[in-house]
Ligand binder design. Sequence first.
Ligand SMILES: Nc1ncnc2c1ncn2[C@@H]1O[C@H](COP(=O)(O)OP(=O)(O)OP(=O)(O)O)[C@@H](O)[C@H]1O
Length: 590
Amino acid sequence: MFLLASHLSVSTGFVVGKMAKFSEQRFQTFHLSTSQTLPESSTLMANRYHIQQKLGKGSFGTVYLVRDTKASETAERLKVLKEISIGGLKPNETVHASREAQLLAQLDHPAILKFYSSFLEKEAFCIITEYCEDRDLDWKLEEVRHTGGTLSEPQVCEWLCQLLLGVHYIHQRRILHRDLKAKNIFLKKNIVKIGDFGVSCLLMGSCDLATTFTGTPYYMSPEALSHRGYNSKSDMCCLAHAFQGQNFLSVIQKIVEGPTPSLPETYSPQLSSLMQRMLEKDSAIRISAAEALRSSFIEDSLQVRRCFGAAVQMICFKGEFKGRCIFAMFCQIKMDPGAHQTSGSRPPNRMKDKFSSASLQEQSIGGEREAFQILSVLQKKVHLETLQERSEQQKLSPRERMRIRKLKAADEKARKLKQYMTEKYQENHLLMLEYKSKNVHKVSVDVLKVQTEVVRGSPAAQTKLSKEPSEIMSHQSEMCRSLSEDHMPAIPEDPQAAEAFYCVDEFESCSEADSDGEHDSGGDLPTETSCQTCGQDSDLEALIRHMESVLDGDSEGEDKHIQEKPLLGCLEMGSINRSMAEDRIQRMRE
Ligand SMILES: Nc1ncnc2c1ncn2[C@@H]1O[C@H](COP(=O)(O)OP(=O)(O)OP(=O)(O)O)[C@@H](O)[C@H]1O
C-alpha cells in the first residue's frame, strides 16, 4: 500500500464541486476528453514509433507500448507513448506544453522515468517515455494485497530511499511533480521511477491547479486541501492510504484534521517514527527529503557494500541533501513474519546484506546499471561531504585556502624557473670555456710554429700561407695574442675586462695603425682609434676589418709596412690572390 500526496492547491469549494471527478479504484474514474481514436497496431507515429500494444488508459490519455524504429540501443527500443487529446488547448498553451516537455526531457536520474520527447500528432499531444515492464507501484501493491503476500521492510526501505533520491533530485531543480502517487511511480527491475511528471501541467497549459484536479485526494497534503498553498513538501508518499474514509469528504477531513496514523507493530520503531515525521500536518516541521535521507534509519539501511565489478567499497551514506521534501508513510502492510525475529528492536540490515552479496550475474543488466548509478550518486555525495569536513577541520575561509593554493603554485613555478636558470647558466659557462680554449690556446700553438718558420724563410710555410690567407689571418691574430701573452698577464675571465685587455693589445694597435699607413712612426704605440675599434667590435668584425684593410690598403704603405714589419709583409710576399681573398671576406661576412 502506498500513498502519495501531491501538492494540489485546491480550494475546498472546488474539491467539493469536483467530487464527481474523484478517481481512484474504489471510486468512479473520471477521464478528461481523451482521444478515442485508437491507432491501429500498424500505425507509425511521428514516422518513428510503431504501436505495439495498448497498456492502459488513465485520466489524461491512452498509453501505448511502442517500438522506436530509430533507437540506437536495443535496450531503448521499447518505449511508451502517451497520447493526450488537446482538443481543449489553445495554441499558446500547446507551445507552453512543448516547452515544459523539453524541460522534462533534461531530467536524468535513475529514479526518474526518462522523458524522451513530445510531439503533436492527429490533434493529440504525444509524450514518449521510458518503458517500465514491471508497471506501476499501485499495480504492484494491489498484486501483493491480492496474493496475501507482504512487502518486507528492507524492500520498503529500498524503494523509499530511491524515491527520496528522485524527489530530492527534482526538488533541487525547482520542479514539483504535482501528481505524485503510487500510479505514477513505475517499476523497472526493482528500481522505482517517478513518472508522469507535470503531465497535468503540460496538459492544462496554464497549470491552473483548479482545472488539473482529477480526482483522488488520498495523496494530497493537508495544506493543499485546506488551500494554504503548497511547496515541495507537499509531495507525499506512503505505502497505504494513510487516511481512509467512506467518501471523498471524510478522506479530506482526516488528512487535514485527523490524527496521524501509525504503522503496525510489526514494523521497526525507527521506520514508524520516520513515517510519523513525514506525515506531520504542519509543513514547517514536517521532515524534508534531505532530513529523511539523513535519518539514522535510512543511514543504517544505506550502509551498503558496493560489489559491482571488482571494487568492493563501503558506502556510508550521510545525506548531504538540501532539498525539500517528500513525506512517506508505511502502514497496513503485513510484515514478513521472519523479518524481525532475529533482530530484536532493530530491523535487520537486509539492504546492506543484499548489496553486499550482489554480483554481476545475480543482477539483470538494466537494473544493475541503474542501481550502480544510484550508488555512484551516493558515493559522490559522501566524497563531497568528506571534502567539506576536511576544509572545515582546517578552519580556513575559502579565500584563505585559495591564497594558500596560489602561493604554493607560485613557489613551485619559481622553483622550476630557478632550476632552469641554473642549468642554462652552467651550460653557457661550459660553452664559453670551450670556446675560449678553442680560439685562444689550441690554435695559437700551431700557428706560432708556422709563423716562426715563415720568419725563418721556410718555402713550405710560405706556400701554406699563400694558399690559406684568411686562415693565416685569423691565426695571425691568435698568434699575436699568444705572443702578447708572453709579456702580458693572462686574459681576464670577465668579458668586459677582457675587452679592456684587448684595447691595450700591442699587436692589434700596431696592425691597425700600420695598415692605415698614416702612422709610419710610432706604430708600436696604440692609437685612440685603434683602441676604440678593438674595444667595440667583436672578434669576427675585427678580423674582417683586418682583412679589408690589408686588401684595400695602398701597396706603397703596405710595402713600407712589410719592410718595417716583416711578419705582416709575409702575406703579400705569399702572392695573395685578391679575388680569392675577397671571396673569403664575403663568405666570412655571410
Ligand atoms: N512508462 C510506463 N511503463 C509501463 N507502463 C506504463 C507506463 N506509463 C503508463 N503505464 C501504464 O499505462 C496505464 C495507464 O497509465 P496512465 O498513467 O495513463 O494512467 P494512470 O496512471 O493509471 O492514471 P492517471 O491518469 O490518473 O495517472 C497504467 O496501467 C500504467 O501502469
